[in-house]
Each structure stands twice: as C-alpha cells, then as structure tokens.
Design a protein around this ligand. Structure first.
Ligand SMILES: C[S@@+](CC[C@H](N)C(=O)[O-])C[C@H]1O[C@@H](n2cnc3c(N)ncnc32)[C@H](O)[C@@H]1O
Length: 247
C-alpha cells in the first residue's frame, strides 16, 4: 500500500496550490504543448494543458477535481506510456517518495520529448536554514536525510538541469514542510502536521519533545526573540528548488 493511502486522506485541506509557486512552475514548463504529471497527487499545479496524471494512491486520485486531467494508477518507476509521449513531464514534491528514484527519473526522460520539471529541495540547505528542523525537530530532518536525493545527483540523472530557488511566501497556501516558517503555531496543529509527510511519517511520539519546546517558546515569547528577523521577511529560501532539464 502507498503511504499516501494513509497520510493523504486530508491532503486537499492543507495542501492548496500556492499561486506564486504555480507561476514559477508554469514558467518553467514554458511553451510545452502537453504535460504529464507524475506523482500527481490531487492535481496541484497542473496547468490546463495537462493530458495525464500518474499517481499510485487511490486516496489521492479520489481527491482530484472532477474537471482535472485523467489519472492512471501507476508508479514513476514504470510509466504506462510510450517513448516521447508528451512535450513536458513534471514531478512535484514526489521524487523523495519513490522506491527507486533512479528508475523513475529514467522513465521521465524516456517519456518527455522536450522538458522535465522537478520540484524538490536541497536537504543540506533545508537543515541549515529552516529553524523548525534545525532547532526543534531534528528527528524529522533525520527522516528526510535518508530519502532526499542530492540535487547534483538528481541533475546528473536528468542529463543536466538548471536549478532555480523556489522562495516560500510567508502566507504560502500549500502546507508542505516549510510553508509555515512565519506562522510557527501551525506546526502545533495535528491537522497541519498530517499534511507534511516528513512530520506525519516521523510520528508524534518522536516529535513530542520538540513540539513541547516549540509550544513553550511560543508561550514565553522566546521564539519571537530567537527569530526576530523573520517577521520582516515576505519570503524565504530554505532550499526548495525547481530543476528544469531541457532534453
Ligand atoms: C507530497 S505528494 C505531492 C503530490 C503533488 N505532486 C503535489 O505537488 O501536490 C507526493 C505524491 O507522490 C506519490 N508517490 C509515492 N510514490 C510514488 C511513486 N513510486 N511514483 C509516483 N508517485 C508516487 C504519492 O502517492 C503522493 O501523491
């Protein structure tokens, strides 16, 4: 069973596509006439020219809007598509979930005619710059150490790719890991944590001491003293990256 059949039940409640990130993804897709979305989930960030979504979790497929592109239940590692099936293939916040990322990336290259767009993150930058995992929940960062792929390796597998930083707006509507960097109370909400696989999969028992420390720091005002520079920032770069490969 796919992990998103368990943790994905409320995905569309906390993971609404963010319009600023959408604009960056759509710009990266450029003039591609048709797009296949791999690891598509509930369809976030799919432009209207999306012709097919590939997604292994039925729970996620069931959350796709009725007018979204058709979805096929399959994995990146074995795409049920012919060679060169679409101008562009995108894979957003999904590669870290794949059982065999090397095989999955080879499949993206087989199916894309012109362009591949991957949204992922640089784990070293994330650990260093994001206060939540650096100072409160190192267990969650350790969980991601095992599954986050080094970006240079990913770029190499893609046959070369440019890397664009993806700044995270302070009011990001897509509740992934760092979305609430300026809204720290959100991480105390189990509903928010359920939409962040790094936290959901690490589990509340392991997170409890760090969450208790965060709650205490918020109550005493220590959090606000410690990160006094954050309220003045509108967006932050904590390592999210768009990799764009031109084939
Ligand atoms: C964090 S969600 C991202 C969904 C969507 N791309 C988005 O940006 O909202 C990760 C998705 O990857 C899917 N996934 C997990 N393993 C996969 C695999 N081997 N191949 C393709 N997708 C996979 C999960 O089922 C889940 O829907």
């Amino acid at each position: 069973m796919n992990i998103y059949d368990t943790i994905g039940t409320s995905y569309v409640r906390t993971r609404r596509p963010d319009p600023r990130i959408a604009a960056q993804i759509h710009a990266a897709l450029g003039d591609a006439a048709d797009v296949v979305n791999v690891g598509a989930g509930s369809g976030s960030y799919e432009p209207p020219r999306t012709v097919l979504a590939i997604e292994p979790s039925q729970v996620m497929i069931d959350q796709r809007p009725p007018d979204a592109a058709p979805a096929v239940r399959a994995v990146a590692e074995r795409l049920p598509l012919r060679d060169g099936a679409a101008d562009a293939v995108m894979a957003l916040l999904t590669v870290h979930h794949w059982t065999d990322p090397e095989a999955g990336i080879a499949e993206l290259r087989r199916v894309a005619r012109r362009r591949i767009v991957v949204l992922t993150w640089d784990q070293e930058v994330f650990r260093e710059r994001f206060w939540l995992v650096r100072d409160y929940l190192p267990e969650a960062a350790a969980f991601d150490d095992d599954r986050a792929m080094k970006l240079d390796h990913l770029a190499e597998l893609l046959g070369g790719a440019r890397q664009e930083p993806v700044p995270i707006p302070h009011d990001c509507t897509d509740g992934f890991g760092a979305a609430y960097w300026r809204r720290p109370e959100a991480y105390l909400d189990p509903g928010v944590r359920a939409g962040i696989s790094m936290l959901a999969q690490t589990g509340d028992a392991a997170l409890a001491p760090g969450l208790a420390a965060l709650e205490a720091d918020l109550n005493t005002g220590r959090w606000h003293d410690r990160y006094a520079d954050l309220p003045a920032l509108d967006s932050i770069d904590v390592g999210y990256r768009l990799l764009v490969a031109e084939l």
